[in-house]
Design a protein around this ligand. Structure first.
Ligand code: TIU
Length: 225
């Protein structure tokens, strides 16, 4: 795509000036552990079916982004098989009977290399798309994401995935502090809690876009196509 092209996307609190060649689609943690029964999301007591509405809008946006040859990056939350990167505070949080690292129907919960840790088949990464394995909620902490974005000349992010108020929000805040402009399509992010979906998005766009912009995937598709 033309490297100097700018596209205006209708968004809140005001229009987002998208520079496609400098923008990555960053898909956060669309893993079986969060979206399918028997994984980390369910272990925490959540109804995982609540996240599935975000799959189809992500598929459409991902297909359009790939068709234009633009940068796609995926993330996965999880830990080393030896759990050396798992803080004890995170392991015992929630006082659940099963913990991160314990065996579940999709393998050891939230452990790298297990089937539950991998990205759902509907949004599976292409070999050319970087996958960032992150031990925390934010995609920048303890990862090489910032270096990859700098090396690829990226300064804008379209951030999608799950969950809106946890890993998406944390990542948008981390990105904002590092100088990236973040656009969040509301139908491409999901929460186990409707009230957190609403407030998680409001927090991003409030105060003149304190952390970023919020739009709908259709508004991105309209200008991209
Ligand atoms: N529990 C919850 O809502 N989210 C997480 O633990 N991680 C992500 O958001 N990916």
């Amino acid at each position: 795509m033309n490297t100097s092209l700018t596209l205006t996307i209708e968004a809140e609190p005001y229009a987002f000036e998208l520079e496609p060649a400098k923008c990555a689609l960053l898909i956060i943690d669309m893993q079986r552990d969060f979206l399918e029964p028997g994984g980390f999301g369910e272990m925490l007591g959540n109804d995982v079916s609540r996240l599935r509405g975000a799959i189809q809008p992500n598929q459409k946006l991902l297909a359009a982004w790939r068709a234009k040859g633009l940068q796609v990056i995926h993330t996965r939350e999880g830990h080393r098989p030896d759990l050396a990167d798992l803080p004890e505070a995170k392991r015992i949080r929630g006082r659940s009977k099963t913990c991160i690292g314990d065996a579940g129907p999709m393998g050891r919960i939230l452990v790298r290399g297990e089937s539950g840790h991998d990205i759902i088949p509907e949004l599976y990464p292409l070999p050319s798309e970087p996958v960032i394995d992150k031990p925390g909620k934010g995609a920048f902490w303890a990862t090489d994401l910032h270096a990859i974005l700098q090396n690829r000349g990226i300064r804008q992010l379209i951030v999608t995935g799950v969950t809106t108020e946890v890993c998406v929000n944390t990542t948008v805040r981390e990105a904002n502090d590092r100088g990236y402009d973040c656009l969040v399509p509301d139908d491409c992010v999901g929460s186990y809690f409707p009230e957190f979906q609403e407030m998680g998005l409001k927090m991003i766009k409030a105060q003149g876009g304190i952390f970023g912009w919020v739009t709908n995937s259709q508004k991105i598709l309209d200008v991209l196509n």
